[in-house]
Design a protein around this ligand. Sequence first.
Ligand code: SAJ
Length: 441
Amino acid sequence: MSLSSLQRDIEQKSARLAVIGLGYVGLPVACEFARAGLDVVGVDLISERVEKINHSVCPIEGYEPGLADVLYEAISSGRLRATTSYQDLKDRDVILIAVETPVDRDHRPRYIALRAALESLGLVLKREALVIIESTIAPGTMRTLVRPTLEKSSRKIVNNGFYLGNCPERVMPGRLLQNLRQVSRVAGGWTPETASAMVSLYRHIVHAELDPTDCLTAELVKTAENAYRDVQIAFANEVALLCESLGGDVWKVRELVNKSPGRQMHLPGAGVGGHCIPKDPWLLIANAPGNFQPRLIPAARAINDGMPLHIAELTIEALEQAGISIENASVAVLGYAYLENSDDTRNSPSAVLVDRLQALGMNVRIHDPYVTEYQGPLDRVIESADAVIVMVAHDEYRNIDIGALKSLMAAPVLIDGRKVFDKEDVISKGFIYRGVGQAGK
Ligand code: SAJ
């Protein structure tokens, strides 16, 4: 089948689709294409997950509006079926790959899952099929890893035996379907004709702009857009630390800075967690040649990674002011998810804080209304605590009664990592308060 006839089949929805990797990226996209009327086979290594999906049971944790419904519709219509076998991909005309692409401890990309998917796919790849990488990859990876791996495993040549593209996802936990439908996407094709076929494909499910371009641009856009956010947050955090040292209030400063045209100072806080912001800046610079040494992006990562440790320092300072020994101090940490009103704990700054406090000899209790192992009555976690630390701005914490809080605690020490409380109000009620970006005392 030529690319133009494949594009026609895509437009007519007769092209047969596959999605490799049925996680928080792959499953919604498989469901949406099935709902749009295409025949979709989903592949995942985890047989329990495949089983659940084939029984319309959503394997994705957390609250994802609409996902269970579109899964049920996709399965019951017979347009989506899941499997663990790559043999089921032999007749597929278009294959999306949405497997994990983490970075390891030394911030290097780990493409084990991507390589395995490409090697397995190559063995069954239909001639002149279109393969699209949705996973976030370092700029240059399509050229240096994806193409050669797939050419080797399929014994076909790109643009001859198969077509290749990169269409990075822009989903966000809690808004998987909404972002998938409403957020524009970059369609990076190995050739302009491939990019055009990709636009025809995603037009079936994306009701926003689709921007055709080349693969390198698509890789750069995805990793740069998240590195942008990380640097912006790091700037806010550095201004916060400066305000603390100079006796300023970063929240007042930020409010007035943002009145200046074209400024959008982000929120300082207790750290930067999640599945993409801490990772993508490292992917962006992963293939930088030896003669180009990125400085800003690693520095921003160091600032943001340092924020939970700064919260630990504020805790030590406040306990000392209260005359409480650090050793064996009882501390309640409120919030373990990486994001407010979410149950997602990936790269949670609270994990870094808890390790540090325990290394200092403190007794740490954790509460989080969304994280199963830390749910339960807030009072029980706060009772007799020498200090309370707010790490996540869950709505529940915004409604805490300060007077009731003080009556439960052994000492009135409050460390506020997300500006959940008003400093003057808390101090007027007899607390020793430390907040990110606000002078001590
Ligand atoms: N954070 C701050 N200050 C801020 C914003 C966030 O400290 O001003 C912290 C959060 O507490 C969290 C971390 O950064 O720990 C990440 O927060 P996030 O709001 O960026 O949420 P994510 O990680 O889910 O980011 C995703 C990204 N989307 C994609 O990768 C497709 C990001 O590019 C989006 O900007 C973000 O969602 C969004 O808000 O849509």
